[in-house]
Design a protein around this ligand. Sequence first.
Ligand SMILES: Cc1cc2nc3c(=O)[nH]c(=O)nc-3n(C[C@H](O)[C@H](O)[C@H](O)COP(=O)(O)OP(=O)(O)OC[C@H]3O[C@@H](n4cnc5c(N)ncnc54)[C@H](O)[C@@H]3O)c2cc1C
Ligand code: FES
Length: 280
Amino acid sequence: MSCVSLVDVPVPYRVVARHVETADVVTLRVQPVVGDLPGFRPAQFSMIGVMGVGEVPISISSACDDRTAHGYTLRRAGAVTNALWDRRIGDVVTVRGPFGRPWELQRAEGRHAVFVAGGIGIAPLRAAIEELSSNTTAAPRRLSVLVGAATPSDHLYEPWLVDLSERGVEVLRTVDRTDESWSHAIGFVTELIAPVVAEWTGAVDVSAYVCGPDPMMAATIDTLGRCRVAADDIEVTLERNMQCANGWCGHCQLGPLLVCRDGPVATASELGDVFERSEL
Ligand SMILES: Cc1cc2nc3c(=O)[nH]c(=O)nc-3n(C[C@H](O)[C@H](O)[C@H](O)COP(=O)(O)OP(=O)(O)OC[C@H]3O[C@@H](n4cnc5c(N)ncnc54)[C@H](O)[C@@H]3O)c2cc1C
Ligand code: FES
């Protein structure tokens, strides 16, 4: 009897749309060449690749109720992401998945849901923000989206962020460095947290969802903790190099966790001091 399941087999998908987001970030929308688009939950990822080059984990950035195609927003980093960047509409890529533990969005019911994104970290948060802003999974009492990027031109999804604001979501943007044309905050995204969370009298009522580079996530956990948000109420999504995505090869080990099997989502209490013990 074979132990290989369907998600272990790379499936051909066709690129049906391609949107250049920034100088080094693109969103590809892909559909299976044959068969139906699988469902997924926010923060789940697929191993997406190009035949003859390889495959890498990338989060699904489209909304869960978008049944026409899956979106993948990816930054050019090396061989595989460069090959994916080069794909055009009509080209075929391979997809395995979706994999992984999703955000626990039910925790946000009746509470203040705070999303904190650093750079391309907004991609794995996007489907979750869509769900909570449309009250399809849970109805938070208040919804805040805090987004940081290195410069104004590194900010992603501006039309969507504007649409969210118009739908009543609190959206705050910041950059590390800029010029006079920038009308939002300047500084690290962690600096946006205390004013938004402290203003909410009961920090015990906060559910936080965080994605960005490891040092940004470590600083965000620390800041939320100082705002009295419980470690169980802070979820982050982790990134490590992957090969099998099935808990077999050990490539994605982070402390006691295998990110592909136990994550990518983990609570701050599950992480403990893992960030301090690993090289950030
Ligand atoms: C669960 C998960 C979800 C992800 N979602 C996204 C996403 O939505 N969009 C996106 O752009 N990227 C995402 N990534 C990261 C992406 O998988 C890597 O950028 C990719 O594997 C790089 O592969 P490559 O062959 O292009 O470059 P490589 O040649 O493999 O790497 C280029 C450089 O990036 C570094 N690197 C490779 N992988 C990682 C990693 N996982 N974390 C940090 N540094 C790394 C390498 O050390 C090297 O310096 C995700 C990773 C995980 C684990
Ligand atoms: S990628 Fe192989 S164990 Fe996680």
